[in-house]
Design a protein around this ligand. Structure first.
Ligand code: GDP
Ligand code: GDP
Ligand code: MG
Length: 336
């Protein structure tokens, strides 16, 4: 189903026809719809309020729109960009009616996604043959371990041999937590005693992955951003050990960000980008925030692809990021 069809369906509440009743696609959209419930409530309520007070498209209206977008964590720059694009459109097409303005806003949001996403690769770099190594980085509590557990489950289900490396040896309980996820997903976890050199855990894990011809190795790390120099050294060392064994690895370095922290997630992303070569983002807890607009801000301001989103605490609540499903989830049920 095309992007605009989906948007239109979200707006009109039309039921999908046979051509779109692909089971998988519907399930994914349902997850997004549910995961974005909170965001939609505030975003939707604010938008509805904005349009309830709508009299004409004047400067007051544009300012209120900017406030509404910023309030949903779309971010200052991005909000201004959308409002400016709308100002032009309104002038160009002499838009006056409420419904026309609503449609124009959606169109601008969609365009923004498409423009920013042009040369982006949202797919994970998974090797056809041989081992794929994925490193997870991010500060404590953002959802690294949980996302690894979910991803392990997904690849296991696809019939791949998955191995986990418990290289967060720093935080008490971190190793056990990964072991529990390993049990849930039915995959093995390589561990060492708490306090061990994280790079040595990764070394052991790579040896094991090679011996057992594993397909995917997911590496959990400790995120001590308060000590940036040490963190950088630690991540560098882990990478060095990986590259010595597998020259083109790690195939992905995924920065995990907690969507509920809003603009703070943005600050973390900027700091991590200075620390290590991030290849993509995992945005967790979208279900727990009313400010899902952060996705728009991140995409527009950081130019890092959001590759996966966390839509809940369960083992199945990790989805590849789909801009279409996201925007539709944001707007579905809104403005009948
Ligand atoms: P880590 O310190 O980065 O490894 O973070 P954890 O994986 O331990 O997760 C911290 C908390 O966030 C846990 O309570 C998780 O259940 C929760 N969490 C992780 N991802 C999600 C998500 O997508 N949605 C929700 N609601 N909670 C999540
Ligand atoms: P350096 O210790 O900072 O010079 O970094 P290296 O790249 O030499 O090693 C990083 C870590 O990986 C070390 O602290 C070891 O724990 C581990 N390591 C490296 N090579 C080996 C090896 O041949 N065997 C084992 N068991 N561990 C290794
Ligand atoms: Mg953890």
């Amino acid at each position: 189903m095309g992007f605009f069809d989906k948007i239109k369906r979200a707006f009109t509440g039309e039921q999908p026809t046979e051509e779109v009743s692909n089971e998988q696609e519907l399930q994914t959209q349902e997850k997004y719809d549910k995961g974005l419930e909170k965001t939609r409530k505030t975003f939707g309520e604010r938008m509805n309020e904005l349009f309830a007070n709508f009299r004409s498209v004047d400067e007051d209206f544009f300012e209120e729109l900017e406030e509404t977008l910023i309030g949903a964590d779309v971010g200052f720059e991005t909000s201004m960009k959308i409002a400016d694009a709308l100002r032009q459109e309104v002038k160009l097409k002499n838009v006056k009616k409420r419904a026309e303005v609503q449609n124009a806003i959606i169109e601008k949001l969609v365009n923004l996604y498409e423009e920013e996403g042009l040369n982006e690769n949202n797919d994970l770099n998974i090797q056809e043959d041989g081992l794929t190594v994925i490193l997870f980085v991010g500060v404590n509590g953002v959802g690294k371990t949980t996302s690894i557990g979910k991803m392990a489950h997904q690849y296991k289900e696809q019939g791949k041999k998955v191995l986990l490396a418990a290289a967060d040896t720093f935080r008490a309980g971190a190793i056990d937590q990964l072991v529990v996820w390993g049990e849930r997903a039915g995959v093995e976890v390589v561990t060492k005693a708490p306090g061990s050199d994280p790079a040595s855990v990764v070394f052991d894990a790579i040896q094991k992955a090679k011996e057992e011809q594993a397909d995917i190795l997911l590496v959990d790390t400790a995120g001590r951003l308060q000590n940036k120099v040490n963190l950088m050294k630690e991540l560098d060392k882990i990478k060095r050990v990986i590259q010595r064994e597998i020259p083109d690895a790690p195939h992905e370095v995924l920065l995990v960000l907690d969507a509920t922290t809003g603009q703070n997630a943005m600050v973390q992303a900027k700091q991590f980008r200075e620390t290590t070569d991030v290849t993509g983002l995992v945005l967790t807890k979208l279900d727990g925030t009313a400010k899902g607009g952060i996705v728009l801000a991140i995409r527009n301001e950081l130019h890092l692809p959001v590759k996966l989103v966390g839509l809940g605490e369960g083992i199945d609540d990790l989805e590849p990021f789909s801009p279409t499903d996201f925007v539709v989830g944001l707007f579905s049920g809104l403005l009948e």
